[in-house]
Design a protein around this ligand. Structure first.
Ligand SMILES: [Zn+2]
Length: 107
């Protein structure tokens, strides 16, 4: 375990949540963790198509939490990254991760 993605849990009711903040993490169909106001260092972790970590939703005392785990040994000063796995949408967000197997877009 590297770090928990901490933030406010937001129930998504009917309308689509405004994706104005870059610090939103979707837990499931109707819950989002918003790290805009009360996040920790995890919100600064960048996306990579060839990441050294992955995000996993775990349940602790009936509450869903997002935890970043490492996939491999991570060296000193090596950047920590994970795959954001954004849903596929028409409007593409270009990916600049620089990995050899880069998909070209985040979504
Ligand atoms: Zn990429």
């Amino acid at each position: 375990m590297v770090i928990e993605y901490v933030g406010q849990s937001i129930r998504q009711v009917r309308c689509k949540y405004q994706t104005m903040s870059p610090y939103l993490f979707r837990v499931d169909q109707d819950t989002i963790i918003d790290a805009t106001k009360c996040g920790n260092l995890a919100r600064f972790i960048n996306h990579s198509c060839n990441p050294n970590c992955y995000a996993k939703v775990i349940t602790v005392e009936a509450k869903k939490k997002i935890v970043i785990y490492s996939r491999q040994q991570i060296g000193i000063n090596e950047e920590i990254t994970y795959d954001y796995k954004f849903p596929i949408e028409d409007e593409k967000i270009p990916c600049l991760c620089g990995a050899e197997n880069c998909r070209g877009t985040l979504n």
